[in-house]
Design a protein around this ligand. Structure first.
Ligand SMILES: C=C(O[C@@H]1C=C(C(=O)O)C=C[C@H]1O)C(=O)O
Length: 242
């Protein structure tokens, strides 16, 4: 079998998965690249990767997608790395700047603004012109104490729907061999069973607790409730364009 080209997210949230993969024999069967989430999605869409952990928003562009593992980048509430940061209270914002590295959270911000906060905002191409902006991943670490108004989108989704959330799932366009899928899933299982193992050596951020982030804020299990959340989110996202 040719090596399976895998695109994984280059953020701290994915390190537990990578740790499991690196301890597994499946490592020899893959060619790994690390990309921001938007690029992960594009690589799978363009057949430049066979498997990726891709933003769920991109599932709308991948009708033939197979979600192939029991794991995701998810949360049961506050995720602590997906935010709308704002100069004003959310009730007053008129303009929003989206994160160029994100697909899911950009959509989530738009869904929540419309349906939860009942706001109509204009998307702007320049962050300096925006009342508020979406930011995801490591670039948010420690920043929530520096910005006047901060909205955690995992928490807001939970308040809106009562559901947990999955931001990204492992997806292939073509069905991969069963034996490979089993080994890959086992490797991920190993990695997420000790998420705190990746902490030593990570850069420190003021006011940011990796242990809490990796073991409590993030939740890697793709449960039935998270699958329900994905369906709900995709329906709401599709409705935004009509
Ligand atoms: C929790 C996160 O989940 C992510 C958010 C994504 C998105 O908005 O498209 C995609 C993958 C994940 O990295 C995060 O990046 O902080």
């Amino acid at each position: 079998m040719d090596k399976v080209r895998v695109s994984a997210v280059s953020y701290t949230n994915t390190l537990p998965f990578l740790n499991g993969i690196r301890q597994s024999a499946v490592l020899d069967q893959i060619e790994l690249s690390l990309d921001n989430p938007s690029v992960c999605a594009q690589k799978v869409i363009d057949d430049k990767a066979d498997l990726g952990i891709i933003p769920i928003a991109a599932l709308l562009s991948l009708p033939q997608a197979h979600i192939i593992t029991d794991y995701c980048i998810g949360t049961e509430g506050a995720v602590d790395s997906v935010f709308i940061f704002s100069h004003k209270p959310i009730e007053e914002i008129q303009t929003l700047y989206l994160d160029q590295q994100s697909r899911t959270s950009n959509g989530l911000a738009r869904v929540l603004l419309k349906h939860h906060w009942k706001r109509q905002v204009k998307l702007v191409a320049n962050i300096d012109e925006a009342d508020a902006y979406v930011l995801i991943g490591d670039r948010t670490f420690g920043k929530k104490y520096e910005v006047p108004y901060v909205y955690d989108l995992g928490l807001t989704w939970k308040e809106f729907t009562g559901l947990p959330f999955a931001f990204a799932v492992w997806v292939s366009k073509k069905l991969l061999p069963e034996a490979f899928i089993t080994s890959f899933n086992e490797a991920l299982k190993l990695g997420v069973s000790h998420p705190e193992a990746v902490i030593p050596g990570l850069p420190e951020y003021k006011d940011f607790d990796y242990h809490h982030y990796l073991t409590s804020s993030l939740n890697y299990h793709l449960t039935a409730k998270k699958r329900e959340a994905i369906e709900r989110y995709l329906t709401l996202l599709k409705g935004l364009d009509t």
